[in-house]
Design a protein around this ligand. Structure first.
Ligand SMILES: Cc1cc2nc3c(=O)[nH]c(=O)nc-3n(C[C@H](O)[C@H](O)[C@H](O)COP(=O)(O)OP(=O)(O)OC[C@H]3O[C@@H](n4cnc5c(N)ncnc54)[C@H](O)[C@@H]3O)c2cc1C
Length: 462
């Protein structure tokens, strides 16, 4: 392949802005088969592939890309599935640019291989790529609490080796943040549904509307209910709030509530569905992560004329994925930097008063430039405010079980095998790491599953 072709990345087709802002259909169309093969052909197939080191679950990236080069999408999907059981999801939401793609040597010559989009293509065109099962079920039962990516991954890893798995989910629908947080224009519901159906086909039993700690006492799982092991994957769904005056006014939402109302409870279809939402004409979203981008883009699709993202630092420090920032900008979201909210006043029409901040050259513990308040303030006139400044681990189970050791942020403390301080109980995903990413939650869940199998005396296929 010519050097200059290697430098150029095959563009990923997207829906036109004017069309996509009117609905919740997927924004990125993904590669066609031909485009995927073209992009795969850019891969140099390095003998020491750094991209694999950049993947938290160690997917053998050059090996799956090699299969795509040959047009063997099913083979590519099977290769990915050796390490990652949710490729259709990760291919859409993984922050690949900070992980595998950031290590790709082609990044130095031009643009790195579009690994995330190729993973998506493998899952879109690879068919069902059947799971192998490991013989008849073993007489061991494991309870998984929470049906987000951590819970689903642990369940799949155990079910593959014949363990009887029960997933308990507090909400009426399964999928965790994938379902209630990430909007369908980034992750279509059909992709989540397919993934969950595959687990059910593997024999995993799943029950919604079960809040462990209330519907069933947590301590009953190992005793009365007779589970041999428990995996806690309850996530980080507790919103962090600003703690400012006016935060309790009508029309001021935590991102969690705002997104759940729309994504899970279909407030976008009110009154056809019973859940209402305030549809602001001018909406301010506070924060700079993926959650803020999603909230802003959802507000736009609910019919807002103006949507602002107010962030206390600058774009350079924003933790959101680059592609999400770009999509938000293209769609007309207005980014206001170096603003920190001080107070919300008013009623129907609100005044969001923010202090102007300044960046210093000093770095904080996250390696980002520190911010300091200035004397200046500005106010924005809006009718809805969405607060998206972070989430903390869900406190219910840790608060009911004092023997579970907890960290400073309320996360459940685990060892390198994801064992908690309680015999027979493991934890992983955001409940143990604090709010992180889908792939990190999956990586922790895989480690937990290996450790649970060892504890149960079950030999693993991998
Ligand atoms: C809006 C938003 C956008 C995001 N975008 C991205 C992205 O683009 N890329 C990325 O990699 N990551 C993203 N993330 C982060 C990612 O979604 C999380 O890191 C990941 O979902 C964590 O997985 P988990 O399985 O640990 O927890 P969760 O997905 O939070 O799942 C936990 C589940 O446990 C259930 N539960 C809680 N308590 C109980 C109980 N007592 N009994 C029964 N069930 C219970 C909850 O209802 C929930 O369904 C985003 C997060 C949000 C909020």
């Amino acid at each position: 392949m010519e050097g200059k072709d290697i430098e150029k990345r095959t563009p990923i087709p997207e829906r036109p802005v004017g069309e996509r802002v009117k609905d919740f259909e997927e924004v990125s169309l993904g590669y066609s088969k031909e485009e995927a093969i073209k992009e795969a052909k850019r891969c140099l197939g390095c003998s020491r592939p750094l991209c694999v080191e950049g993947c938290p679950v160690g997917v053998e990236i050059p090996a799956f890309i090699e299969r795509i080069k040959e047009g063997d999408f099913k083979g590519a999907l099977l290769k990915i599935k050796e390490k990652n059981l949710l490729p259709s999801i990760c291919g859409r939401v993984c922050p690949s640019e900070y992980q595998c793609e950031s290590k790709c040597v082609l990044g130095r010559l031009g643009a790195p291989i579009s690994i995330g989009a190729l993973e998506r293509a493998a899952s879109d065109y690879g068919g069902e790529a059947e799971e192998e099962s490991n013989g008849p079920p073993k007489p061991k039962r494991v309870a998984v609490i929470g049906s987000g990516p951590a819970g689903l991954t642990c369940a799949a890893e155990l079910a593959r080796d014949g363990v009887e798995v029960f997933v308990f989910e507090a909400l009426h629908q399964l999928g965790g943040v994938l379902r209630y947080g990430i909007p369908s224009f980034r992750l279509p519901r059909a992709v989540i549904d397919r993934q969950i159906q595959r687990l059910k086909d593997m024999g995993v039993r799943m029950e919604g509307n079960v809040l462990v700690g209330r519907t069933i006492p947590f301590s009953d799982l190992r005793t009365k209910e007779g589970f041999d092991a428990v995996f806690i994957a309850t996530g980080a769904g507790l919103p962090q709030l600003l703690g400012i005056k006016g935060e309790n006014l009508e029309g001021v939402y935590s991102a969690n509530e705002f997104l759940t109302r729309v994504n899970l409870m279909r407030a976008d279809l009110f009154p056809q569905y019973g859940t209402p939402i305030k549809r602001g004409k001018r909406v301010a979203v506070i924060g700079g992560g993926n959650v803020a981008m999603d909230s802003a883009r959802v507000a736009l699709r609910l019919g807002a004329d103006e949507v602002y993202i107010a962030y206390r630092r600058t774009e350079e420090e924003m933790p959101a994925r680059r592609v999400e920032i770009e999509h938000a900008k293209e769609e007309g979201i207005r980014f206001l930097y170096l603003l920190s909210p001080l107070e919300i006043r008013g009623n129907e029409e609100k005044e969001l008063i923010c202090r102007k901040m300044r960046l210093s050259d000093e770095l904080d513990e996250s390696g980002r430039r520190k911010v300091f308040p200035t004397e200046e303030t500005i106010s924005l006139l809006v009718d809805v405010v969405v607060v998206a400044i972070g989430q903390r681990p869900n406190p219910l189970i840790p608060s009911l079980e004092p023997r579970l050791a907890r960290g400073r942020e309320g996360e459940i403390l685990v060892d390198e095998e994801m064992r908690t301080s309680l015999e027979g109980v493991w934890a992983g995903g955001d409940i143990a790491s604090g709010a992180a990413t889908v792939i990190l939650a999956m990586g922790m869940a895989k480690k937990a599953a290996q450790s649970i199998k060892k504890y149960l005396g079950i030999s693993s296929r991998r």
